[in-house]
Write a protein that binds this ligand. Structure first.
Ligand code: GSH
Length: 275
């Protein structure tokens, strides 16, 4: 977004926010875009004075348990304690799932992530629940021996994650939304960080030419210049490259591409056309 808008991928100030603080920070203008593991829901979209932009990661809520607990399925959590962070969709999904399946799960709720994780790892709860990507992160980063913990197969919710912006700034909303689609469509059409310059100079594909601003000037319509998307790709790579580097199978998180693959490869990622 910074590369597309300001011409420099480094012109960003990152402000760490926990689950509780994130919406107020965006509402008050402390940040201009909330890019965290935030789920889009009707309530959040309609009642916070914010806009959801586009899904960058399709997630779902899961459970982690110690291997030694011998629990193999979430259905075996009957009457058990589960650590969870407040101010999240996670907390509500847990209650819904417990009710719907008659499990009588006992949630143990913490405001801070570290407190919830710590409670789980010290045995205060039999399971820890959050988005599956969050579980992978916690297991990788916090567990003394990651292999001692298993993520159960059930995903109990849909968690479409992506950036949010403040209402009342339609131009910025459009830039954030179309940057996401541009990076997705670049992957679909094979434009990468490594080949972007060469394709700009020689591609004859009309879609590639449009994305790279060689034919149409889509940037102008967003208040940017015609190089906006070429610059973004050059700075970070396309969506697939960003995925592989940060969360993919070979990264520390080791997450499979799964639902986040392109629509024509069995996934849900479907870029709106840059035209
Ligand atoms: N996607 C869910 C959960 C996101 C969430 O906040 N997860 C926790 C647990 S992984 C987290 O990221 N906490 C970090 C923090 O509060 O610093 C939501 O939007 O409510």
């Amino acid at each position: 977004m910074a590369a597309a808008t300001l011409g420099d991928a480094e012109k960003v100030k990152y402000v760490p926010l926990n689950a509780q603080q994130r919406f107020t920070a965006l509402q008050s203008g402390e940040v201009d875009v909330l890019s965290r593991n935030t789920t889009f829901s009707l309530t959040r979209d309609a009642s916070l004075g914010l806009h959801v932009t586009g899904v960058t990661y399709y997630d779902g809520q899961g459970f982690m348990v110690p291997v030694k607990s011998k629990i193999k399925s979430a259905k075996q959590l009957k009457g058990q304690t589960v650590c969870v962070q407040s101010g999240t969709t996670t907390e509500k999904n847990l209650t819904d799932y417990s009710k719907a399946n008659g499990l009588g799960i006992k949630p143990v709720v913490f405001e801070q992530l570290e407190a919830a994780e710590n409670a789980y790892f010290t045995g205060r709860c039999i399971a820890y629940t959050t988005d599956a990507s969050g579980l992978a992160s916690t297991r990788n980063k916090v567990a003394k021996v990651p292999a001692d913990h298993v993520i159960l197969p059930e995903l109990i919710s849909k968690e479409p994650l992506g950036p949010m912006v403040r209402r009342g700034d339609d131009e910025w909303f459009a830039i954030v939304k179309w940057t996401i689609h541009g990076l997705l469509e670049s992957e679909e059409y094979g434009i990468t960080q490594a080949n972007v310059d060469a394709l700009k100079a020689s591609s004859t594909d009309p879609v590639v030419k449009r994305i790279l601003g060689v034919s149409d000037d889509t940037g102008k319509l967003l208040g940017l210049d015609k190089e906006w998307m070429a610059r973004a790709i050059k700075a970070t790579g396309n969506y697939g490259e960003i995925f592989e580097r940060n969360v993919g199978p070979k990264s520390a998180l080791g997450l499979p591409r799964g639902a986040n693959n392109q629509w024509n490869k069995g996934g849900l990622m479907y870029a709106y056309p840059i035209r």
